[in-house]
Ligand binder design. Structure first.
Ligand SMILES: [Fe+2]
Length: 245
């Protein structure tokens, strides 16, 4: 009887991961993500197989390297949606952007030319070398305009990821923090992995994202989905991914 209970508890301790991904480089040929339409479709199909049912593509808008615009992203989104329909793959695909904080972003914000995730969230990132000099002011400006800023992968910024107090201040100031799932596998190194665990422990993470750029990332994601330890770790958190409707 005890064996039966043990077996039952093993089979019921595989909690689901969020079915909504809010950070992924799935649109072809416009940043360092999917290079071709075939790549895009293979990545999306792989994520569908892992249980994802709503994907939000977030190409970089980084004027110096990926000078994307709302129009470019919308056009690519339509092309991928059409290809998914032809393939018979029924998955919801939307698009926003991952905005690099720079003067160009300030200009876009001033013009209200911002692609939001459902719910008015805006995904932002900054340099891995140093904090954006006007970071706090930009967060304030975003919120004054009614946007909800989300800082992508805080565990990956070496100048920030150890500073729990600074991260708490950001959260208290209305900036949500989004963890990259692959950080938990150590994909970006030991530092980000430990920081990711620490940020979860401190309940500072509002959302999780895959940040997949290629099919290898989707394969890694499959490893993560198979990890009972990671699934159990994440099940204790009420991420806002499900609010992205
Ligand atoms: Fe990204």
């Amino acid at each position: 009887m005890f064996d039966f209970l043990k077996k039952l508890s093993r089979t019921t301790t595989n909690p689901p991961l969020p079915q909504v991904d809010m950070h992924a480089h799935l649109l072809p040929g416009i940043d360092d993500g999917a290079a071709t339409m075939e790549d895009s479709l293979a990545m999306i199909e792989g994520m569908y197989d892992l249980g994802y049912r709503h994907l939000i593509a977030t190409p970089h808008i980084y004027q110096e390297f990926y000078p994307n615009t709302t129009a470019i992203i919308q056009e690519k989104l339509q092309l991928v949606r059409q290809a998914l329909t032809r393939k018979g793959l029924h998955i919801r695909l939307d698009a926003a952007a991952e905005y690099f904080l720079d003067d160009h972003f300030d200009k876009l914000l001033h013009q209200d030319d911002i692609m939001v995730l459902p719910g008015g969230y805006v995904l932002i990132e900054m340099s891995f070398v140093a904090e954006h000099p006007n970071f706090r002011q930009t967060l304030f400006d975003l919120q004054m305009k009614g946007y909800k800023p989300i800082l992508a992968h805080p565990e990956r910024y070496p100048y920030l990821n150890q500073n729990i107090l600074a991260l708490e201040n950001l959260v208290d100031g209305g900036c949500r923090l989004q963890l990259n799932l692959l950080s938990l596998l150590g994909h970006y190194g030991k530092g980000p992995q430990l920081a990711a665990e620490r940020l979860l422990k401190h309940k500072l993470i509002s959302m999780v994202g895959t940040d997949v750029h290629n099919i290898q990332h989707v394969d890694l994601l499959a490893q993560l989905h198979k990890s009972s330890a990671i699934r159990r770790l994440l099940k204790d958190y009420d991420f806002e991914n499900s609010k992205l409707v």
